[in-house]
Design a protein around this ligand. Structure first.
Ligand code: AMP
Length: 406
């Protein structure tokens, strides 16, 4: 089955066309600057990148250009759009109502719409992508795969905030968690790779990228995660602060004459390792290079980032009363050996030690703990697009099967 995987941001759209039997990517690319001017980067498997600049006032024009590129007689990979059998959409927030991937119908659209409040940057863009695909490829199955779904198995003691119940009842203010597609994919891959018994397994997934989150997965189900109502809570990130005393907001609003929205912009876009490195960079490649050159602020940023990850791992070991494996994933988790080394240096109490030779590896699935460690640490690359493709196929096949039975 050919599955088109779509990931819409507010002014961008990433796509991959995946053959679900071989799990190979036939073509991929992205549309940038939607609503501003418009630029499509398209790359067929084994081919050169093609860049086309053309107006993209909305996501509909962007998706229309992607579809044209896929069937282009010269560099396209499809003869006709009939060969696309299903479309899988990454959707940020499904709230408490959509707790698993779903074939998109009017109800699913209405809940994604309701959740725009909780995901104001992403949900409206996700909806635009869904509506554009429905308009341009009528009759095809569209599936929504939610970033929040995997975390819906968390117990109330993990997801409730200790604030008045009326706010939970009235507005569903609680921890939701994000990067669920990645946490689900990587925890499953880790269990398979290490030959763990799924039912009894205790896995911690550290998804460390520009956005970063960590989850505790017991018996294959998420029992806790670091992101909250929004992706701002938890770990220190590229430009996001992660956890901090909420009273900081009032203090800075009063002393700097800022609005709450100003402060949230600062906490989302001007904080994190970027701020700790004195605005040097949010990219760990730059931070590592600067630290090696003696830059103390860059060193502090990497230290604070790693320390926060280690503290969360410690708390999740307590939450699960043990741990079998810690999986590092995401751009930083898969590539930055220095971060893995620093994180693991705090975890000797678990009987876990790093193998320095193995830890030199980048982006490849491997064990990085020593052979005699009591807990395994591993690099397990994530692949969110493939995870979305697999979920889409599973739902479409189930729906097809159900129809045949009728
Ligand atoms: P992601 O959001 O998962 O794509 O991760 C992006 C981040 O991964 C970048 O901003 C870098 O901080 C980090 N990263 C990517 N490649 C490397 C690398 N080779 N070494 C260190 N950090 C890297």
């Amino acid at each position: 089955m050919n599955v088109l995987v779509i990931n819409c941001g507010s002014s961008s759209l990433k796509f991959q066309l995946i053959n679900s039997e071989t799990e190979e990517v036939a073509a991929k690319g992205l549309c940038e600057r939607i609503g501003i001017d418009g630029r499509l980067v398209y790359q067929p498997a084994g081919g050169e990148k093609e860049i086309t600049e053309a107006p993209m006032p909305t996501h509909t024009e962007a998706i229309s250009m992607v579809l044209d590129a896929l069937v282009n007689p010269k560099t396209g990979v499809l003869k006709s759009l009939d060969e696309v059998e299903a479309i899988g959409h990454r959707v940020l927030h499904g709230g408490a109502k959509l707790t698993a991937s779903r074939i998109i119908d009017d109800y699913v659209i209405s809940v994604i719409d309701e959740c725009c409040d909780l995901g104001p940057l992403h949900n409206p863009a996700n909806l635009m992508g869904i509506r554009a695909c429905m308009k341009l490829m009528p009759g095809k199955a569209n599936v929504a795969v939610f970033d929040t779904a995997f975390h819906q198995t968390m117990p109330a003691k993990a997801y409730r905030y200790a604030i008045p119940t009326k706010f939970y009842d009235k507005y569903a203010i609680r921890k939701y968690g994000f990067h669920g597609t990645s946490h689900s994919f990587v925890s499953k891959e880790t269990i398979k790779y290490l030959g763990l018994n799924k039912e009894t397994s205790k896995v911690i997934v550290a998804h460390l990228g520009n956005g970063a989150s960590i989850s505790a997965v017991k018996g294959g189900e998420c029992v806790d995660t670091s992101m909250g109502l929004t992706p701002l809570e938890g770990l220190i990130m590229g430009t996001r602060s992660g956890d901090l005393d909420p009273a900081v907001l009032e203090y800075l609003c009063n002393h700097e004459n800022l609005s709450v929205s100003d402060m949230l912009r600062i906490l989302n876009k001007e904080s994190g390792v970027y701020a700790l490195s004195d605005n040097l960079s949010s990219d760990f490649r730059d931070l590592e290079e600067a630290m090696d050159g003696g830059n103390k602020a860059a060193e502090l940023a990497i230290d604070a980032f790693s320390y926060r990850v280690a503290k969360y791992i410690g708390s999740y070991v307590a939450a699960m009363n043990g741990v079998d494996a810690i999986a590092f994933t995401g751009g930083i988790g898969e590539n930055a050996g220095i971060v893995r080394e620093k994180v693991i240096s705090y975890l000797g109490f678990l009987g876990l030690a790093i193998d320095p030779e193995q830890n030199k590896k980048r982006g490849e699935r491997c064990i990085i703990s020593t052979k005699d460690s009591k807990v395994i640490a591993a690099i397990v690359p994530t692949n969110e697009e493939l995870a979305i493709c697999r979920e889409t196929v599973e739902l479409v096949e189930k729906a097809g099967g159900a129809k045949e039975e009728i």
